[in-house]
Every structure is written in structure tokens, then in C-alpha cells.
Design a protein around this ligand. Structure first.
Ligand code: GDP
Ligand code: MN
Length: 379
């Protein structure tokens, strides 16, 4: 789950990262009022879940409250990379001399939290990694000991901070970023740019945090910050129904119980020359209602030319799933062919229920995949 800049900023502020204050506005008049409170020059920033807002015209400076109102009017409602700007952050504009990047990520290869810093701040780190990878300094935090002081200082020296006071402040900010990352169960936390002001002090001008969805249950306060504006409707529906759904680019919709079985199903579809339209795990003990929702989600994808059910009835009873499919089919208008391979607990009962429907039965996974690929090709 992504957080907005202002939300990430508030979290980092609690850990002692020097951030710019200001407030969030949804109308130009509100932006003006915030600018009046701040007094002096302000920066007005689009709050949308994309990087490169600056380049896209979503970050603008304003010298007066009138100007803040004017630029807020330009930015609010603006479309940045497909997202409409509904909120702007109005903050004190900072004059700076240098821009750095500082970030924390989960590095799967080393299985550690890696802290990265770069003297090429202000541009996206992916860009620096491509064009000038040696400009990125990295240290890996120990899983038990965490990020150690000397590592944080190494980052500072590594990006050329020779001034002892600045290096110390940079190290403190790196430690704070690491603590925040761990505490909120983030998968990414970054400050870009982290700038050096005229008086030599460091200041975070842009903060970004992405939370690990698997850790969200531990943070109801963060869950409450969710903004679903960039989440596709199907994914939002799936999340609310407790269904794991990931849209893919193929044309064979899959409804499966169990993540491992879902992966295997996708593999078998590919083996028979097809392309899965989605990953979907309805989970264990799925109810009729859930099956119906899952089918509606699958069919909401216009690319879907065939649907394949692969259900192994363990905790989930096959007859219950069959009832769900029948109930769904009676309510969902569709002529998309559907292939079902249902085995396990109560499978005879399940088959009997499905025999009265338009579903194409399959005895094995291979047969189901083959039929699904054929059906999708025929359309
Ligand atoms: P991003 O483009 O989405 O990463 O948005 P940022 O918040 O990083 O802003 C983009 C750029 O706007 C920064 O790299 C800065 O150059 C500039 N910027 C942002 N805040 C300020 C500020 O307070 N003062 C000044 N002078 N420039 C700023
Ligand atoms: Mn930025």
C-alpha cells in the first residue's frame, strides 16, 4: 500500500527527520489560507501516487498566497500519468545548495534491508541506477543488530559529505529512516531529495513510503490512511472480499483455491500454449458469495475469453463452490465458456450440481487447461 507524500512526511517527522511543515489543501482557497499561515515563499505539490511529479508540472513554487492559490488551481484536477490530482501539499519553500537521495528497501537477493544513498538526488533512483550506478552507495542492515552507526556514517562519507557536522546529521537521518521503515513494516522508504540548506543543515523535501501489505494487519492506523484512488476497481473489490487477485495480460481467467495451486494452474495453462488473464486465489473455505464475487471480478476484465476453475476441495467443499458458480452464473450475464475441474471433498455432489449448468467439465488439470486454451482460441 502506497502512502502519500504528506502521510510519509508525518511518519518520518515522528522519528526526527527534519521535514517541511505545511498542510494539505483540496481547493485553491485552502491552499491560499495555508500559504498565508506559512508566510513567504511556498511550494505547492500534487499528492498523487507517482514519481516525477516535478517534471510533470505537479510541483510549483509560489511567492505570495495569491500565487499559491493560482498554482493550486492549475495543479488540482491536473492529470499526472493517468491520475487526477485531488490534493496538494502546501509547504514552506526551501532554498538549497545540494540534493541527495536516501532510501531503504528490502533486498531479496541479500535478504536484508539495504540503505542506499546518492549524491545525485532529485532524480529517480532507478534512473541513477541505469545511467550512473557507481553514484549509489549501499549498506545492508543486519537482521538482528539493525543499521549500525558506522554504516550510517559510511553512507554519508560515501556520497562525499566531508563536513563532520553534516555527515553526523545525515547518519542520524539514515538511522531514523531505518527505524521508521522497520516500525511501519515498509517495503520502501525514501527521501528524495534530501537537501543541504544555505546554513549547512539537512532537510527532507520529499518523502515516500510503501507499506508491505502483509504487515498491514499490525497497523490499523496506517490501514486507515489508505487512498484507493489509484487502485483498479477489480483489485479493490477483491481486497475487500478477501480474495487475492492480480490482473495479468492473457485471456484465460483462472479461479483457484490456494496460492500454490493458482501458480501451478497458470503454469499448466502456459504449458498448453495459453496465457492466464489473472492470478486469483479464493482462499480456503470459500463461500458461495465469495465465489460469485471472484467470478464477477474475473469477468470484469474484457480480455477474458475463457474461464478455468481449478478447485481442490480440502477445507473448501466442492459442492459449496459448485453452488457458488451456479449462483454466479445465474446473475452474471456472460457467454464466456467456462471449464471446471473440481476434485476433493464432496466432489460427486459438486459434479451433480454443475451437470445442470453450462459448464464444461474436465477430469484432470491437463484436460481443463487444454479445453480452456481451445475455448479461448475459438473466440
Ligand atoms: P517528485 O518529482 O515527484 O519526486 O517530487 P519532489 O517533491 O521531489 O519535487 C521535485 C523537485 O521540485 C525537487 O527535486 C526540487 O528540485 C523541487 N522542490 C521541491 N520542493 C522544493 C522546495 O521546497 N524548494 C525548492 N527550491 N525546490 C523544491
Ligand atoms: Mn522526489
Amino acid at each position: 500500500m502506497k502512502l502519500h507524500e504528506y502521510q510519509a512526511r508525518d511518519i518520518l517527522a515522528r522519528y526526527g527527520v527534519p521535514v517541511t511543515g505545511g498542510g494539505v489543501a483540496t481547493t485553491p482557497a485552502e491552499a491560499r489560507a495555508i500559504a498565508e499561515q506559512i508566510g513567504g515563499r511556498v511550494v505547492v505539490k500534487a499528492q498523487v501516487f507517482v514519481g516525477g511529479r516535478g517534471k510533470a508540472g505537479g510541483v510549483k513554487l509560489a511567492d505570495t498566497p495569491e500565487q499559491a492559490e493560482q498554482v493550486a488551481g492549475q495543479i488540482l484536477g491536473m492529470n499526472i500519468k493517468g491520475l487526477t490530482v485531488e490534493k496538494v501539499l502546501v509547504a514552506e519553500a526551501i532554498t538549497y545548495e545540494r540534493e541527495f537521495y536516501l532510501g531503504a528497501i528490502m533486498d531479496r537477493a541479500s535478504r536484508r534491508i539495504v540503505m542506499m544513498a546518492s549524491a545525485e538526488g532529485g532524480v529517480e533512483i532507478e534512473e541513477v541506477a541505469k545511467t550512473n550506478p557507481q553514484a549509489i552507495v549501499k549498506v545492508a542492515a543486519h537482521p538482528m543488530l539493525g543499521l549500525l552507526d558506522f554504516q550510517a556514517r559510511d553512507l554519508a562519507y560515501g556520497i562525499g559529505l566531508t563536513d563532520a557536522k553534516q555527515a553526523r546529521q545525515f547518519a542520524q537521518i539514515a538511522m531514523a529512516l531505518y527505524r521508521a521503515y522497520m516500525d511501519v513494516d515498509a517495503s520502501l522508504a525514501e527521501i528524495n531529495p534530501l537537501v543541504v540548506r544555505a546554513d549547512g543543515s539537512l532537510q527532507a523535501l520529499d518523502s515516500k513510503i510503501v507499506l508491505d501489505d502483509s504487515g498491514l494487519f499490525r497497523h490499523p492506523d496506517l490501514e486507515a490512511m489508505r487512498d484507493s484512488s489509484d487502485e483498479p476497481e477489480a483489485e479493490q473489490r477483491a481486497r475487500e472480499a478477501g480474495i487475492s487477485y492480480i490482473k495479468l495480460d492473457g485471456n484465460i481467467g483462472c479461479m483457484v483455491n490456494g496460492a500454490g495451486l493458482a501458480m501451478a494452474t497458470m503454469d499448466v495453462i502456459k504449458l498448453f500454449g495459453g496465457e492466464p488473464a489473472n492470478f486469483l486465489d479464493i482462499g480456503g473455505g470459500a463461500s458461495k458469495e465469495k465465489v460469485k464475487t471472484a467470478l464477477q471480478i474475473i469477468l470484469s476484465d474484457p480480455n477474458v475469453k475463457a474461464v478455468m476453475f481449478n478447485i481442490f476441495g480440502g477445507i473448501t467443499r466442492v459442492d459449496e463452490v459448485a453452488k457458488g458458480i451456479v449462483a454466479a452464473l445465474s446473475e452474471v450475464q456472460t457467454d464466456v465458456p467456462m471449464i471446471a475441474r473440481l476434485v476433493g471433498t464432496n466432489e460427486e455432489e459438486g459434479r451433480r450440481i454443475l451437470a445442470e449448468s453450462a459448464l464444461i467439465p474436465a477430469a484432470t488439470l491437463a484436460e481443463a487447461a487444454e479445453k480452456a486454451v481451445q475455448a479461448a482460441r475459438a473466440r
